[in-house]
Write a protein that binds this ligand. Structure first.
Ligand SMILES: Nc1ncnc2c1ncn2[C@@H]1O[C@H](COP(=O)(O)OP(=O)(O)OP(=O)(O)O)[C@@H](O)[C@H]1O
Ligand SMILES: [Mg+2]
Length: 386
């Protein structure tokens, strides 16, 4: 479960258009204020049946009893975490048949079970299936299947042994040792590649909820994005943006998106800047427990990011001695550029990837390059299955 750092808020938008379902999670909110415009979406407005799930030949439709068996009846001790949608359980399935297998045998899966209260998360559940069922990339979490039976809605993912980046950055305890500089840069690069892929596919996708709890880590700290519930198709034709009700998470949403509802890929780039700052500083985007003037990480840190002297105030003290000043300034500069108030002046995610590649530790870089060659060889360069 992630660290709870913002109050649960329920806002019933008076401008509800039916475009997005009313869903408010622990820290993912409808953060709209006074406007909303309907726009085309790839997710039907009132989806309730399996017919609304796009053709995804690679996804398995599980029965509820299969998933109950694979998680040992959703045993509390198999809970991996909890989010606004519900709990995530550890389970086991047979690698070939994908049928439930005895705990400890076959492959490990993560089963997200939606809270059943009013089916509030149904649209997000469907968006997750329709996006992750179509997209495939080494930096996106793999969706194995889903279950839709009566009021039960579940999602079945590959298991990510190291959990979320949020836990590693902000949780304390023997289980969570501070991440090294090298690992932090590797995670930042992996997550950036995931976003760059989404922004680059034929039908551009805007992720809209980029934050550390949605970056999951495999056993080697390869980053994979999860949670496409709020994702939206990007603008088409000569349109510059998509108009939406403002959804997302406080502290991560771009200022122009908050004030106009205009969504572009550059909104994701801003959120990436916030996350990169969290990675560099080990501090949460918003934390009311910090001294006055420091609650908002971006506002507090921005003036220090291009200063050789003040940068040390921002960098996580637990990283001391692991980086050169030059690399730290380069990384801080990428964050600064992503956080530009003028969205047009922010870099593209492709440019961010290139900049981050330059500051990888040479050993990690060689390994990543090797992986790139392999993934391209397996047809991941486009990755769109539809
Ligand atoms: N595929 C997975 N493998 C391993 N652990 C996972 C997996 N998916 C989720 N988890 C764990 O479950 C937790 C809850 O995930 P979930 O996506 O439901 O909520 P969240 O991202 O923390 O919050 P929010 O609802 O605001 O998105 C994660 O933080 C992570 O620790
Ligand atoms: Mg999540």
């Amino acid at each position: 479960m992630g660290v709870c750092w913002s109050a649960q808020i329920k806002i019933n938008s008076q401008f509800h258009t039916g475009e997005d379902s009313k869903y408010v999670s622990r820290d993912t909110h409808d953060i709209s204020n006074s406007y909303s415009k309907g726009s085309s979406t790839s997710v039907p407005a009132t989806p309730r049946s399996e017919g609304e799930i796009l053709q995804s030949p690679n996804l398995k439709s599980f029965t509820f009893s299969e998933l109950r068996n694979s998680t040992r009846n959703f045993r509390p001790d198999s809970v991996l975490g909890e989010g606004g949608f519900g709990s995530v359980f550890k389970g086991w399935i047979d690698e070939q048949s994908l049928a439930a297998s005895k705990p400890g045998t076959g492959i490990v899966i993560a089963v997200k079970r939606l809270n059943q209260e009013g089916l509030q998360g149904h649209k997000e559940w469907l968006a997750e299936i329709n996006y992750l069922g179509q997209l495939s990339h080494p930096n996106l979490v793999k969706l194995i299947g889903y279950c839709l039976e009566d009021d039960h809605r579940l999602l079945v993912y590959e298991f990510m042994p190291k959990g979320s980046m949020e836990n590693h950055l902000f949780r304390r305890g023997s289980h969570f040792q501070p991440l090294s500089w090298g690992v932090r840069m590797k995670v930042a690069l992996g997550a950036a590649r995931g976003l760059a892929f989404l922004h680059g596919v034929d039908n551009q996708v805007i992720y809209r909820d980029f934050k550390t709890s949605n970056i999951l880590l495999d056993s080697k700290f390869n980053a994979k994005l999860s949670d496409f519930g709020l994702a939206r198709d990007g603008p088409t034709g000569d349109k510059s943006h998509v108009s939406t009700r403002v959804m997302g998470t406080y502290g991560y949403a771009a200022p122009e998106y908050l004030s106009t509802g205009h969504l572009t890929t550059k909104s994701d780039v801003y959120s990436f800047g916030v996350v990169l700052l969290e990675i560099l500083s080990g501090k949460k985007a918003i934390d009311k427990n910090r001294p006055n003037g420091e609650h908002n990480l971006v506002d507090w840190a921005k003036p220090c990011l291009n200063s050789k002297r003040r940068i040390f105030r921002v960098l996580d003290g637990r990283l001391e001695g692991q980086y050169s000043l030059g690399r730290a300034l380069q990384a801080a500069n990428i964050a600064l550029e992503c956080l530009n108030m003028d969205s047009k002046l922010r870099p593209s995610m492709d440019e961010v990837v290139t900049a981050l590649e330059k500051i990888q530790n040479p050993k990690d870089k060689a390994r990543n390059d090797q992986k790139d060659v392999q993934s391209k060889g397996h047809g991941h360069s486009n990755g769109l299955k539809r």
